[in-house]
Design a protein. Structure first.
Lengths: 278, 424, 319
């Protein structure tokens, strides 16, 4: 009685997953394919579904004529370090705001929300003044610190929500066993909230990875430029070199996909230890 | 920080651009940074620098490419310069920036430091476009203008004359469309952005109109001449001569349409010529003619072209003004300007622009030398707001969300607000 | 508040709740501050000055000069200007409607996608990786990608509509299609954000509750609607909250796709703020646009929290 229902269920799910994948992948396909077309084909009418003359010229262009490799490295460094900082700071803060008897949790949460909703355009100029005062323009630490601060609110919100859902029994056992607070968080809470950590990590990383305006404003020297700023330098006033831009964009999203695939195991294992799905 | 937050008693910014104190220019040597959007062929700014450094070994120039969007570049410059940064010494500034940058003190007034005869290298009207208050704030680096590109092969094939007026252009275009030669008759830049103000200024001037009164005191856009111009644009759309997609076309999209062989006539800047004749990019190599924009029926024979291009400006915080001025002088002098002319960048230097030998190599140069130029109303610091008032209302009307009369009325109100110094 | 809060804290702390705060309670509170302070300090150190500076600018006469921004006097005139401006009102209406439309669409789609992914036995990691790609694209570039696909002459979507209907559809040339096209590009890019948060929420659901419902004979639909959705609410609240504030700040899509056009059809508050501030260099009014936008989103978020009966800071852990 149950088996056929499950089998039907599976087919429905696979069809739905396929549709979702198509919806998401079609524009990406178009981007990747266009990045492999020579200039005259990028603007061809009607457009060609597959490059008639496949070329890697756009990729060469992105890396050779522009300092794109360097920008990618800068972005990776800044994004990874900022993500690490955000996670380590927000995990403890999120735990405290979820489980410990602090006064004024509501105002704190709302204040954090307010900070993340303040438009970046209004922050760019004063941040420049601030960083100039400290002397951290054209540096890694300046950008890392700003990205850390701007992404902590969301990470706290996300992590706190996950901590709230962890059954209390686990940590109480740890308390009773006399584990130190830090060890309780690291050893008991975080493993339980792996999907949350993953979610916070991936969103923080992508936010730093794609941020444009502050990167543009704080790091103007070529050696400290980040990837999104680098892409904006392609072309000239009247030309948008779609091929080169898409080549760069294709290269720039691959690390994210890799990162997710690497961390996939962590998510899956966190899952199986926590719950068995029907 | 306290300095930055300090309040001052000064009430209005005024038009007193010279309030950046004159100062010693420092030695004409050392390292300077030049901030500019890429222009010319790939790697062209670096070639110019190499030639400059050869002529002036005592100065090193570091080229810092700017984001290719003019507004984004302006935002970065504003943040840097108001923030007191001297990281940039010289920068490329849009032709329409001097008034605004002078008002906000983002550019160093040049007259203190440059001899009066420096400006003789430019045509009078070009040099005047760099003034604000009573001083020059920028030195034209390269210029640009609107040109009409047309399919000379199709005109020859059907034995049609080159159109003198926009009305003739529309008829000829329609004819070629009906013959099945092209999908569209004409493409320009009619999207919701600065480029539409440019296209509008040209058409409006051809019809005898203007958007702001001559003394920059009031809106003049709501006039019979302009109603005629806008009606004409709407007719081009209605009759299918202009594709309906063109209300989202900027330079890139319109030029692409033309080089794909889909349009008979095309308005663009000078780079359109090189692109249309580039076998790697174009389907219509050697089948393209270039001429001044047409006039309006009953008006002048030749229509005016909008002035475009970029100037060199100096960061008032630069510690290397001496070297920056040497760089400015060389870049606007004959050697650099000739390099530009040879690389399809229109020289600002009058002597080079009128060099007959160079003109023979580059037909665009020949047309450019004798154009009738019309300037956008950029003598006021509030030009960006004025331009926004023009292009949103015209674009909205072209996209079908308002009649000619109501669009021009709304544009006039927006322009008036800008002239009265109200931000919104 | 104390009654509800107490239940979320370690049980030993709750024992003396009516006798005031015990020493243990204070110890936990100290610990809490110890945990929370570093993160809060970093946030404050970086954001306090810029936000205060912007708000100050929005309330002063601002002169832009080589010596920096000079603020003089206190004035409400920039806000008055907004209230009297048709352009601001139009941008506000557009932004609010656009936010509601896209967030609702993304919430429904995102939840459905999360449910589908949850059911997938294999390949979930790959699907997650795929889903994240749009989200991980630089917003300007994804806007350029859509501009390229929507292009009225050589865009692939235009060509597709021409192949299907005989006439090329103009996505960006006229107001209503332009708004919808922009929303579609937005949904493509941001639905994954919702889907991934909801999926993570689904993974955290206590399996025994869901199992119990199933044993009780509830069908899949009832089990979802009556049991899992309520448990999922905190995750949904976060997804929606952060989507509201992202959508309200929409900038790159209109900046690249339409320039706010045709006319002013797609001019968002963020685009308006940018133009006033960095194109017109009117920093006072620009800051007023930004600060009022922030205030409005905050009000929107609070209304949403109230409507969803989501309590922040004093939730209960389990139903």
């Amino acid at each position: 009685m149950i088996r056929p229902r499950i089998r039907f269920h599976f087919r429905w799910v696979h069809l739905a997953a396929l549709l979702v994948a198509l919806f998401v992948a079609a524009p990406l396909y178009w981007m990747a394919v266009s990045s492999l077309k020579p200039m005259e084909e990028v603007g061809a009418t009607p457009p060609t579904a597959w490059p008639e003359s496949l070329t890697f010229e756009n990729y060469r262009q992105a890396f050779a004529n522009n300092n794109f490799g360097r920008y990618l490295l800068n972005s990776a460094l800044v994004s990874l370090l900022a993500t690490a900082l955000v996670l380590s700071l927000s995990a403890f803060a999120g735990y405290a705001l979820a489980r410990l008897p602090l006064r004024g949790k509501s105002p704190i949460m709302i204040a954090l929300l307010m900070i993340s909703l303040f438009p970046t355009i209004a922050l760019a100029a004063p941040l420049f003044l601030l960083m100039r005062e400290i002397g951290w323009l054209n540096s890694y630490q300046g950008l890392i610190l700003v990205y850390t601060a701007l992404n902590i609110p969301f990470a706290i919100w996300i992590l706190r929500n996950f901590f709230l859902q962890i059954p209390k029994e686990m940590e109480e056992v740890a308390w009773v066993d006399g584990a130190s607070p830090v060890r309780t968080v690291l050893g008991v809470i975080l493993p339980q909230a792996l999907p949350g950590m993953f979610t916070a990590a991936i969103f923080t990383f992508t936010a730093c990875w794609t941020e444009f305006l502050i990167g543009l404003t704080l790091n103007t020297a070529d050696s400290y430029r980040t990837m999104p700023v680098g892409v904006a330098l392609f072309g000239s006033t009247f030309t948008v070199p779609y091929g080169t831009i898409f080549a760069a964009a294709t290269v720039s999203v691959l690390p994210i996909a890799l990162l997710v695939l690497v961390f996939r195991r962590a998510v899956v294992s966190g899952l199986t230890s926590g719950a068995v799905k029907g | 920080m306290s300095v930055l937050l300090a309040t001052t008693a000064c009430g209005s910014a005024g038009a007193d651009a010279a309030s950046v104190d004159p100062r010693r220019v420092g030695p004409a040597s050392g390292d300077i940074t030049w901030y500019a959007i890429n222009f010319g062929p790939e790697g062209f700014p670096e070639q110019l620098i190499a030639a400059f450094e050869k002529a002036h070994p005592e100065i090193n120039v570091d080229f810092q490419p700017a984001p290719n969007n003019t507004d984004t570049m302006r935002a970065t410059l504003t943040t840097e310069i108001t923030g007191g940064s001297d990281a940039i010494d010289v920068y490329n500034g849009d032709l329409v920036w001097p008034a605004q940058f002078g008002d906000a003190q983002l550019a160093m007034p040049l007259d203190e430091h440059l001899p009066d005869d420096f400006w003789d290298r430019y045509p009078e009207e070009r040099s005047r476009l760099t003034e604000y208050g009573d001083t020059h704030l920028a030195a034209p680096l390269y210029v640009d203008s609107g040109f009409l590109y047309y399919r000379k092969d199709l005109l020859e094939k059907h034995d049609l004359p080159v159109p003198d007026t926009w009305q003739e252009l529309a008829e000829t275009a329609k004819l070629l469309q009906d013959e099945g030669e092209v999908d569209y008759g004409y493409v320009g830049q009619w999207a919701n952005y600065e480029g539409l103000t440019v296209n509008w200024t040209e058409l409006s001037a051809a019809a005898g109109g203007r958007s702001v009164s001559e003394d920059d005191s009031e809106a003049a856009i709501d006039s019979p001449e302009n109603r005629e111009a806008l009606d004409f644009m709407r007719q081009l759309l209605d009759s299918g001569v202009v594709p309906s997609a063109s209300t989202s076309f900027q330079e890139q999209q319109s030029l692409q349409t033309f080089v794909e062989g889909e349009a008979a006539f095309h308005r663009n800047w000078s780079h359109g010529w090189g692109m249309a004749n580039d076998p790697l990019a174009s389907q219509i190599v050697d089948r393209v003619g270039v001429m001044p924009l047409p006039g309006f029926e009953g008006g002048e024979e030749v229509g005016p072209s909008a002035a475009g291009g970029w100037n060199l400006m100096v960061n008032p915080h630069s510690k290397r003004i001496g070297a920056s001025l040497v760089f400015m002088d060389w870049m606007t002098g004959p050697e650099a300007q000739r390099m530009m002319a040879q690389n399809s960048v229109l020289p600002a230097n009058e002597e080079v622009l009128h060099d007959e030998e160079l003109q023979r190599e580059n037909p665009v140069l020949e047309v450019a030398a004798d154009l009738d130029i019309v300037a956008r109303p950029a003598h006021t610091p509030r030009y960006p707001q004025i331009s926004h008032g023009i292009y949103t209302n015209i674009n909205g009307s072209l996209a079908g969300s308002g009649s000619t009369a109501s669009a021009l009325r709304a544009a006039a109100a927006d322009i008036q607000r800008a002239l009265e110094d109200r931000a919104l | 508040m104390s009654g509800a809060t107490a239940r979320t804290e370690p049980r030993r702390a709750t024992a003396q709740e009516s006798d005031g705060r015990s020493s243990l309670d204070r110890k936990f509170a100290r610990l809490g501050w110890g945990f929370a302070t570093p993160a809060l300090l970093v946030v404050l150190a970086i954001t306090l000055f810029p936000i205060a500076f912007s708000v100050a600018m929005s309330l002063s006469h601002v002169t832009v000069s080589a010596d920096g921004f000079q603020l003089s006097g206190t004035t409400g005139e920039h806000y008055e200007l907004l209230l009297r401006s048709d352009r601001w009102r139009h941008a506000l209406v557009f932004t609010v409607l656009y936010t509601i439309g896209t967030v609702v669409a993304e919430l429904v789609l995102g939840t459905l996608i999360a449910l589908v992914l949850e059911q997938l036995s294999g390949g979930r990691g790959w699907m997650m990786a795929l889903l994240l790609l749009p989200w991980a694209m630089i917003t300007v570039v994804s806007a350029q990608l859509w501009a390229y696909m929507y292009n009225g002459v050589y865009g692939v979507l235009t060509a597709l509509t021409e192949a299907l209907t005989g006439t090329p559809f103009q996505f960006l040339g006229t107001p209503t299609p332009a708004v919808l096209s922009m929303a579609a590009a937005d949904v493509w890019k941001t639905t994954p954000f919702v889907a991934i948060i909801v999926l993570a929420g689904l993974m955290m659901l206590p399996s025994d509750v869901v199992e119990a419902a199933r044993v009780d004979g509830a069908n899949a639909w009832t089990a979802f609607w009556k049991v899992r959705l309520p448990l999922l609410r905190p995750a949904l609240v976060i997804a929606v909250l952060f989507r509201i504030l992202q959508a309200f700040g929409i900038f790159d899509l209109p900046f690249v796709l339409t320039g706010g056009g045709p006319g002013d059809a797609t001019e968002s508050l963020a685009l308006l703020g940018w133009q006033v501030m960095f194109t017109n260099l009117d920093f006072g009014p620009g800051a007023a646009v930004a600060a009022s936008t922030a205030a409005l989103v905050l009000v929107g978020c609070l209304i949403f929290l109230r409507a969803f009966k989501a309590r922040v800071g004093d939730e209960e852990t389990q139903a």
